[in-house]
Design a protein around this ligand. Sequence first.
Ligand SMILES: *Cc1c(COP(=O)(O)O)cnc(C)c1O
Length: 388
Amino acid sequence: MSVRPIYLDCQATTPMDKRVLDAMLPYFTEHFGNPASITHVYGWEAEAAVKRSREILAAAINCAPEEIIFTSGATEANNLAIKGVAEAYFSKGQHIITLQTEHNAVLDPCHYLENLGFEVTFLPVREDGLIDLEALEKAIRPDTILVSIMAANNEIGVLQPLAKIGEICRQHEILFHSDAAQAIGKIPLDVQQTNIDLMSLTAHKIYGPKGIGALYVRRRNPRVKIAAQIHGGGHERGMRSGTLYTPQIVGFAKAVELGLAELASESQRLQQLREQLWQQLSQVEGIHLNGHPTQRLPGNLNISVEGVDGSALLIALQPVVALSSGSACSSTSTAPSHVLTALGRSESLAYASLRFGIGRFTTTQEIDIVAQHAIATIQSLRKATARV
Ligand SMILES: *Cc1c(COP(=O)(O)O)cnc(C)c1O
């Protein structure tokens, strides 16, 4: 087998942990039943596994098991939360507040609702990527029904102050949704402490399988209503029909369980690796850190590089390290990252950016190789430009 590049794109997706796969395997073959089959043991086994998984996920964010609605991932959870609330609270108001730096799975449902006549405020962020809480307060109107602010950004890793946002929303009796796709299993989350009413989750950013996620929907204080977006057999309390995908659900719960069990030691290790990388890169002139230096995911580093062409840089790095500039989900578009431009980065600095996503299987040796190669590449590209 040829040598493959070092994988540093853990904000795009992660390899599945072998322990997660082992937990899933019996549910493909031996325990293959439909959890909705109530007349025989095949159904009961699957139902028991789903129940256990739901309990693990609920404990992970401090909610009740019935408040977990399984979806195909965070994209679907975001769509269900935003469109579902918009439809259910239509008569109360038609104004939504979100951030310019949200994932497209939040921004695009908001744009869709704008076309239907809803009004959406896309709040700018501070230079460090964090929300301006005063701007949030000012944006709130009597007809605001929902605030949607992510927990951790997928490009620059910044962690938004969920508790403060939740407090503001609660004071104004506005529902608070948070896209926590990058946060679950990596930082502590508590929907009670932070007054979150709806929260989107996914498994594949934390060493679980792709194609499974969940939406937390608060059942009391207040009881949140959402309009279903997929209709059918009435699964998931009518909010999301479709046969539950038992193996994926088991894997999702296992991934979250492992993430939380190892959270303290692993965050420390990832932070050290990130420091190691930044210490080397920051020796080079004209390299800028994007996003708040410490209020961010432990494994995320995002930089902009002066004096190089962004795509030339990525192409030159490709044989040694697999990473991206910004979001994988919008990497087919040629526009510069909407997150970096929202921070006030120039178009050329937004283009010439690198997102390092360090993960569970990254080693210190790999970080050194990547740092040295990135520095050499940047210097040689700069020399080549200077010669022209
Ligand atoms: C990955 C990601 C999503 C999309 O999640 P899927 O499960 O892949 O649909 C949404 N929001 C954020 C912040 C993400 O990082």
